[in-house]
Write a protein of this length. Structure first.
Length: 301
Protein backbone atom coordinates (compact mmCIF):
# COMPACT_ATOMS: atom_id res chain seq x y z
CA UNK A 1 0.00 0.00 0.00
CA UNK A 2 1.83 3.13 -1.20
CA UNK A 3 1.53 6.69 0.14
CA UNK A 4 0.54 5.99 3.76
CA UNK A 5 1.97 9.17 5.32
CA UNK A 6 -1.51 10.70 5.35
CA UNK A 7 -4.95 10.67 3.74
CA UNK A 8 -6.41 7.64 1.96
CA UNK A 9 -3.27 5.53 2.40
CA UNK A 10 -3.03 6.02 6.15
CA UNK A 11 -6.77 5.45 6.70
CA UNK A 12 -6.78 2.32 4.48
CA UNK A 13 -3.71 0.85 6.22
CA UNK A 14 -5.44 1.28 9.60
CA UNK A 15 -8.69 -0.23 8.28
CA UNK A 16 -7.02 -3.29 6.71
CA UNK A 17 -4.92 -3.82 9.85
CA UNK A 18 -8.07 -3.83 12.03
CA UNK A 19 -9.57 -6.43 9.65
CA UNK A 20 -6.58 -8.68 10.39
CA UNK A 21 -4.56 -8.41 7.19
CA UNK A 22 -0.78 -8.28 7.00
CA UNK A 23 -0.18 -4.80 5.59
CA UNK A 24 3.01 -3.47 4.00
CA UNK A 25 2.58 0.32 4.20
CA UNK A 26 5.04 2.60 2.43
CA UNK A 27 5.74 6.13 3.67
CA UNK A 28 8.05 8.88 2.39
CA UNK A 29 9.52 9.38 5.85
CA UNK A 30 9.62 6.75 8.62
CA UNK A 31 9.70 9.57 11.23
CA UNK A 32 6.77 11.58 9.79
CA UNK A 33 3.71 12.23 12.01
CA UNK A 34 1.72 9.87 9.74
CA UNK A 35 4.23 7.05 10.18
CA UNK A 36 4.26 7.60 13.96
CA UNK A 37 0.46 7.50 13.99
CA UNK A 38 0.45 4.15 12.15
CA UNK A 39 2.97 2.71 14.63
CA UNK A 40 0.77 3.88 17.49
CA UNK A 41 -2.61 2.79 16.14
CA UNK A 42 -1.83 -0.47 14.28
CA UNK A 43 -0.92 -4.00 15.33
CA UNK A 44 2.64 -5.41 15.07
CA UNK A 45 1.48 -7.15 11.86
CA UNK A 46 1.74 -3.86 9.96
CA UNK A 47 5.15 -3.27 8.36
CA UNK A 48 6.25 0.31 7.63
CA UNK A 49 8.58 0.69 4.65
CA UNK A 50 10.31 3.88 3.49
CA UNK A 51 9.77 4.51 -0.24
CA UNK A 52 10.07 7.49 -2.55
CA UNK A 53 8.42 6.46 -5.83
CA UNK A 54 10.83 8.67 -7.80
CA UNK A 55 13.80 6.55 -6.63
CA UNK A 56 14.35 3.16 -8.25
CA UNK A 57 16.61 2.06 -5.37
CA UNK A 58 13.75 2.70 -2.89
CA UNK A 59 11.28 0.73 -5.01
CA UNK A 60 13.76 -2.15 -5.44
CA UNK A 61 14.42 -2.29 -1.69
CA UNK A 62 10.67 -2.48 -0.96
CA UNK A 63 10.20 -5.16 -3.63
CA UNK A 64 12.96 -7.29 -2.09
CA UNK A 65 11.42 -6.96 1.38
CA UNK A 66 7.92 -7.92 0.19
CA UNK A 67 9.27 -10.82 -1.92
CA UNK A 68 11.18 -12.19 1.09
CA UNK A 69 8.03 -12.14 3.24
CA UNK A 70 5.46 -13.39 0.68
CA UNK A 71 7.39 -15.78 -1.57
CA UNK A 72 5.58 -18.86 -0.29
CA UNK A 73 2.09 -17.33 -0.29
CA UNK A 74 2.19 -14.75 -3.06
CA UNK A 75 0.72 -11.26 -2.60
CA UNK A 76 -3.05 -10.81 -2.49
CA UNK A 77 -3.33 -7.08 -3.12
CA UNK A 78 -1.46 -4.00 -4.28
CA UNK A 79 -2.93 -0.57 -3.59
CA UNK A 80 -1.33 2.19 -5.68
CA UNK A 81 -2.33 5.21 -3.64
CA UNK A 82 0.67 7.57 -3.60
CA UNK A 83 -0.04 10.73 -5.57
CA UNK A 84 1.59 14.10 -6.10
CA UNK A 85 0.56 17.58 -7.21
CA UNK A 86 1.99 20.96 -6.29
CA UNK A 87 0.83 23.15 -9.18
CA UNK A 88 -2.43 25.01 -9.71
CA UNK A 89 -1.99 26.92 -12.98
CA UNK A 90 -2.76 26.91 -16.70
CA UNK A 91 -0.72 24.40 -18.71
CA UNK A 92 1.17 27.28 -20.34
CA UNK A 93 2.11 28.68 -16.94
CA UNK A 94 3.11 25.31 -15.45
CA UNK A 95 6.85 24.63 -15.79
CA UNK A 96 7.77 21.48 -17.71
CA UNK A 97 9.47 20.17 -14.57
CA UNK A 98 6.08 20.14 -12.80
CA UNK A 99 4.62 17.89 -15.52
CA UNK A 100 7.63 15.57 -15.15
CA UNK A 101 7.35 15.51 -11.34
CA UNK A 102 3.68 14.46 -11.54
CA UNK A 103 4.47 11.78 -14.13
CA UNK A 104 7.39 10.44 -12.05
CA UNK A 105 5.25 9.77 -8.97
CA UNK A 106 1.74 9.27 -10.33
CA UNK A 107 2.66 7.25 -13.42
CA UNK A 108 6.22 5.89 -13.59
CA UNK A 109 6.50 5.14 -9.85
CA UNK A 110 3.20 3.23 -9.84
CA UNK A 111 4.18 1.43 -13.06
CA UNK A 112 7.54 0.29 -11.66
CA UNK A 113 6.01 -0.86 -8.37
CA UNK A 114 3.18 -2.72 -10.13
CA UNK A 115 5.49 -4.48 -12.60
CA UNK A 116 7.83 -5.45 -9.76
CA UNK A 117 5.03 -7.05 -7.74
CA UNK A 118 3.22 -8.77 -10.62
CA UNK A 119 4.96 -12.17 -10.21
CA UNK A 120 3.73 -12.32 -6.58
CA UNK A 121 0.26 -11.08 -7.56
CA UNK A 122 0.04 -13.64 -10.38
CA UNK A 123 0.93 -16.54 -8.09
CA UNK A 124 -1.90 -15.51 -5.71
CA UNK A 125 -4.40 -14.54 -8.43
CA UNK A 126 -4.63 -11.27 -6.51
CA UNK A 127 -5.89 -7.71 -6.92
CA UNK A 128 -4.57 -4.33 -8.03
CA UNK A 129 -6.45 -1.27 -6.78
CA UNK A 130 -5.27 2.14 -7.96
CA UNK A 131 -6.35 5.58 -6.78
CA UNK A 132 -6.60 7.82 -9.83
CA UNK A 133 -8.68 11.00 -10.25
CA UNK A 134 -11.61 12.43 -12.22
CA UNK A 135 -9.00 15.05 -13.29
CA UNK A 136 -7.56 12.25 -15.44
CA UNK A 137 -10.88 11.98 -17.30
CA UNK A 138 -11.86 15.64 -17.65
CA UNK A 139 -9.99 18.89 -18.40
CA UNK A 140 -10.20 20.53 -14.97
CA UNK A 141 -9.00 24.14 -15.22
CA UNK A 142 -5.44 24.64 -13.88
CA UNK A 143 -4.79 20.93 -13.25
CA UNK A 144 -3.07 19.95 -16.52
CA UNK A 145 0.14 18.52 -15.01
CA UNK A 146 -1.70 16.43 -12.42
CA UNK A 147 -4.57 15.49 -14.76
CA UNK A 148 -2.29 14.34 -17.58
CA UNK A 149 -0.38 12.03 -15.19
CA UNK A 150 -3.63 10.58 -13.81
CA UNK A 151 -5.00 10.09 -17.35
CA UNK A 152 -1.87 8.07 -18.17
CA UNK A 153 -2.24 6.09 -14.94
CA UNK A 154 -5.92 5.29 -15.58
CA UNK A 155 -5.21 4.06 -19.10
CA UNK A 156 -2.28 1.97 -17.88
CA UNK A 157 -4.44 0.27 -15.24
CA UNK A 158 -7.22 -0.34 -17.78
CA UNK A 159 -4.61 -2.04 -19.97
CA UNK A 160 -3.37 -4.16 -17.04
CA UNK A 161 -7.01 -5.10 -16.29
CA UNK A 162 -7.44 -6.48 -19.80
CA UNK A 163 -4.02 -8.15 -20.02
CA UNK A 164 -4.05 -9.77 -16.57
CA UNK A 165 -7.54 -11.29 -16.90
CA UNK A 166 -6.17 -14.73 -17.95
CA UNK A 167 -4.10 -14.82 -14.73
CA UNK A 168 -7.19 -14.24 -12.60
CA UNK A 169 -5.97 -10.82 -11.41
CA UNK A 170 -8.72 -8.23 -11.02
CA UNK A 171 -7.86 -4.55 -11.45
CA UNK A 172 -9.95 -1.65 -10.11
CA UNK A 173 -9.66 2.14 -10.33
CA UNK A 174 -10.80 4.49 -7.58
CA UNK A 175 -11.81 7.98 -8.76
CA UNK A 176 -12.57 9.98 -5.61
CA UNK A 177 -14.31 13.32 -5.26
CA UNK A 178 -12.58 16.09 -3.34
CA UNK A 179 -11.34 14.97 0.08
CA UNK A 180 -9.20 16.55 2.76
CA UNK A 181 -5.84 14.76 2.58
CA UNK A 182 -2.26 15.75 3.46
CA UNK A 183 -1.09 19.15 2.23
CA UNK A 184 -3.94 19.41 -0.29
CA UNK A 185 -5.94 21.54 2.11
CA UNK A 186 -3.17 23.70 3.57
CA UNK A 187 -3.47 27.31 2.27
CA UNK A 188 0.10 28.11 3.42
CA UNK A 189 1.46 25.30 1.19
CA UNK A 190 -0.42 26.59 -1.87
CA UNK A 191 0.54 30.21 -1.21
CA UNK A 192 4.20 29.18 -1.17
CA UNK A 193 3.73 27.24 -4.44
CA UNK A 194 2.09 30.32 -6.00
CA UNK A 195 5.02 32.55 -4.96
CA UNK A 196 7.53 30.09 -6.40
CA UNK A 197 5.56 29.88 -9.64
CA UNK A 198 5.41 33.67 -10.02
CA UNK A 199 9.15 33.93 -9.36
CA UNK A 200 9.90 31.32 -12.04
CA UNK A 201 7.66 32.67 -14.84
CA UNK A 202 9.31 34.24 -17.89
CA UNK A 203 8.61 37.98 -18.10
CA UNK A 204 6.63 37.63 -21.33
CA UNK A 205 4.19 35.14 -19.74
CA UNK A 206 3.83 37.26 -16.62
CA UNK A 207 2.99 40.25 -18.85
CA UNK A 208 0.48 38.30 -20.94
CA UNK A 209 -1.43 36.71 -18.04
CA UNK A 210 -0.77 39.16 -15.18
CA UNK A 211 0.24 38.45 -11.59
CA UNK A 212 -3.37 39.05 -10.49
CA UNK A 213 -4.48 36.19 -12.79
CA UNK A 214 -2.29 33.72 -10.86
CA UNK A 215 -3.38 35.25 -7.52
CA UNK A 216 -7.04 34.82 -8.46
CA UNK A 217 -6.60 31.16 -9.43
CA UNK A 218 -4.91 30.51 -6.11
CA UNK A 219 -7.67 32.28 -4.13
CA UNK A 220 -10.41 30.34 -5.92
CA UNK A 221 -8.60 27.05 -5.27
CA UNK A 222 -8.21 27.84 -1.56
CA UNK A 223 -11.96 28.63 -1.45
CA UNK A 224 -12.73 25.33 -3.19
CA UNK A 225 -10.63 23.43 -0.63
CA UNK A 226 -13.02 24.54 2.11
CA UNK A 227 -15.67 22.15 0.77
CA UNK A 228 -13.28 19.15 0.84
CA UNK A 229 -14.81 16.18 2.69
CA UNK A 230 -13.03 15.17 5.91
CA UNK A 231 -14.59 11.71 6.28
CA UNK A 232 -12.45 9.40 4.12
CA UNK A 233 -14.51 6.26 4.81
CA UNK A 234 -16.23 6.15 1.36
CA UNK A 235 -12.81 5.95 -0.32
CA UNK A 236 -11.44 3.43 2.21
CA UNK A 237 -14.55 1.26 1.68
CA UNK A 238 -14.13 1.41 -2.12
CA UNK A 239 -10.47 0.37 -1.87
CA UNK A 240 -11.41 -2.47 0.52
CA UNK A 241 -14.17 -3.67 -1.80
CA UNK A 242 -11.75 -3.62 -4.73
CA UNK A 243 -9.44 -5.88 -2.73
CA UNK A 244 -12.02 -8.26 -1.27
CA UNK A 245 -15.24 -8.41 -3.33
CA UNK A 246 -15.75 -11.58 -5.37
CA UNK A 247 -16.45 -9.38 -8.40
CA UNK A 248 -15.04 -5.90 -7.76
CA UNK A 249 -16.15 -2.99 -9.94
CA UNK A 250 -13.76 -1.81 -12.65
CA UNK A 251 -14.26 1.77 -11.42
CA UNK A 252 -15.39 3.21 -8.09
CA UNK A 253 -16.57 6.81 -7.70
CA UNK A 254 -16.62 7.65 -3.98
CA UNK A 255 -17.69 11.23 -3.30
CA UNK A 256 -20.47 13.74 -3.80
CA UNK A 257 -21.47 15.12 -7.19
CA UNK A 258 -19.44 12.77 -9.38
CA UNK A 259 -22.55 11.25 -11.01
CA UNK A 260 -23.72 14.58 -12.44
CA UNK A 261 -20.14 15.50 -13.37
CA UNK A 262 -19.65 12.31 -15.42
CA UNK A 263 -23.12 12.62 -16.98
CA UNK A 264 -22.25 16.14 -18.22
CA UNK A 265 -18.83 14.92 -19.38
CA UNK A 266 -20.23 12.02 -21.40
CA UNK A 267 -23.47 13.33 -22.84
CA UNK A 268 -23.43 17.12 -23.15
CA UNK A 269 -21.53 19.37 -25.62
CA UNK A 270 -17.96 20.45 -24.89
CA UNK A 271 -18.85 24.06 -24.09
CA UNK A 272 -21.35 22.91 -21.42
CA UNK A 273 -18.72 20.60 -19.93
CA UNK A 274 -16.13 23.41 -19.82
CA UNK A 275 -18.62 25.85 -18.25
CA UNK A 276 -19.58 23.28 -15.63
CA UNK A 277 -15.97 22.54 -14.64
CA UNK A 278 -15.21 26.26 -14.34
CA UNK A 279 -18.33 26.83 -12.27
CA UNK A 280 -17.59 23.83 -10.06
CA UNK A 281 -13.83 24.22 -9.65
CA UNK A 282 -11.86 27.27 -10.86
CA UNK A 283 -13.07 29.97 -13.25
CA UNK A 284 -9.99 32.02 -14.18
CA UNK A 285 -10.43 35.70 -14.99
CA UNK A 286 -9.44 36.94 -18.44
CA UNK A 287 -5.65 37.05 -18.94
CA UNK A 288 -4.25 40.57 -18.66
CA UNK A 289 -3.37 40.94 -22.37
CA UNK A 290 -7.01 40.21 -23.35
CA UNK A 291 -8.66 42.70 -21.00
CA UNK A 292 -10.22 45.86 -22.37
CA UNK A 293 -8.40 48.15 -19.92
CA UNK A 294 -5.10 46.69 -21.08
CA UNK A 295 -5.95 47.49 -24.71
CA UNK A 296 -6.96 51.03 -23.71
CA UNK A 297 -3.66 51.49 -21.87
CA UNK A 298 -1.79 50.27 -24.94
CA UNK A 299 -3.65 52.78 -27.16
CA UNK A 300 -2.80 55.66 -24.79
CA UNK A 301 0.82 54.61 -24.79
Amino acid sequence: LSGCDSGFGQATAQHLDIMGFQVFASVLDLQSPGAQELRRSCSPRLTLLQMDLTKTEDIQRVLKHIQAHTNSTGLWGLVNNAGFNDTIADAELSPLGKFRACMEVNFFGSLELTKGLLPLLRSAGGRIVTVSSPAGDMPFPCLAAYGASKAALSLLMDTFRSELQPWGIKVSLILPGYYKTGTTCDPAFWNLQKQQLLASLPQELLQAYGEDYVEEINQQFIQFMKVAVEDLSAVVNSITEGLLAANPAVRYYPGQGLGIMYFIHRYLPYFVRDLFLKGFFINPKLPRALRREHHNDMKKA
